[in-house]
Design a protein around this ligand. Structure first.
Ligand SMILES: [Ca+2]
Length: 292
């Protein structure tokens, strides 16, 4: 069975919650194994809200957080409310730091067996590349990195996950330069106009999240589209063509660049269908499967 680790900012946008619901449903259905989730932006309700939300999806997996990542601007809108609706089992202080979490999960894994899903900032993943031993561990255990980041429909594109601040620009630059496995990028231009999560039943916690975010009628689908692409595995089956080559992020301004090369280890996806095709595919997988 395919094994995944999710890296999410779980921060100001609600498409992370749509993505987590989709992935938890796949795990609860026995389709894939979710080994754990790391949050790469930190506020007091980060782990409490994710703990409540994932257990509400019938999933209880290891959680972790970058405890130092408290300096991202913005006002997260749904976490405090989520943490208040059920008993919280885990708080921020109860979970390991993101780097230790990855090292442990990867040490325990078979070679080339783990796929990483990144739908937020990349400083923890880039942090794994700083030490030669950790980098070897990633090269040995990770099979593929699927990442929502970048804007690939123009040279020098700028996108939030890479461009947000000095730390994310540097991390994106390191990640593109040094990450040792193949990478699939899903860019800003793919998910922006695909609106999902707007038809949820009353009483669904995801509906509460969408409402608290001000997106009751749905939200752009960057993160859930990345999850669905990774779950489908073959981009052609998920409705995309791919462009192979090498991605690069400029650490000084956060702009991203792509050099096409048929032998490149990186690829970005391009949509082959109308937006409704992808929105329907995401919406079809959002119904909560079970509750813990
Ligand atoms: Ca995100």
């Amino acid at each position: 069975m395919r094994k995944f680790i999710l890296d999410t900012d779980w921060w100001t946008d609600c498409d992370d919650a749509v993505a987590v619901r989709l992935l938890c449903n796949a795990h609860a259905a026995g389709e894939v194994k979710l080994l754990g989730i790391n949050i790469n932006a930190c506020m007091p309700y980060s782990i409490p809200s994710l703990d409540v939300f994932t257990r509400d999806c019938g999933v209880e997996v290891p959680l972790a957080i970058d405890h130092r990542a408290t300096n991202f601007d913005g006002t997260p809108s749904y976490q405090e409310h989520l943490a208040a609706v059920r008993n919280v089992k885990r708080k921020n202080e109860d979970v390991p730091d993101g780097l230790d979490f990855y090292k442990q999960l990867l040490k325990d894994a078979d070679n080339h067996s783990v796929e990483i899903l990144s739908i937020g900032f990349t400083q923890v993943l880039a942090g794994l590349l700083q030490n030669p031993e950790d980098l070897k561990l990633v090269a040995r255990k990770v099979k593929h990195l699927w990442i929502m980041a970048g804007k690939w429909d123009e040279p020098g594109g700028r996108e939030y996950n890479f461009h947000k601040n000095e730390l994310t620009r540097l991390s994106g630059s390191i990640l593109c330069r040094d990450w040792p496995t193949p990478i699939t990028f899903l860019g800003w231009e793919i998910g922006h106009s695909v609106i999902s999560g707007g038809n949820l039943p009353d009483g669904d916690l995801l509906k509460q999240v969408m409402k608290d975010h001000g997106s009751l009628n749905g939200r752009s689908s960057w993160d859930p589209m990345l999850i669905l692409l990774a779950l489908t595995e073959d981009p052609a089956k998920a409705g995309y063509r791919t462009v192979p080559g090498w991605a690069k992020v400029d650490e000084s301004d956060g702009r991203n660049w792509f050099t096409e090369d048929p032998d490149g280890q990186h690829r970005y996806v391009v949509k082959l269908h109308e937006d409704s095709y992808y929105a329907d595919a995401v919406n079809a997988r959002l119904t909560r499967k079970s509750v813990l």
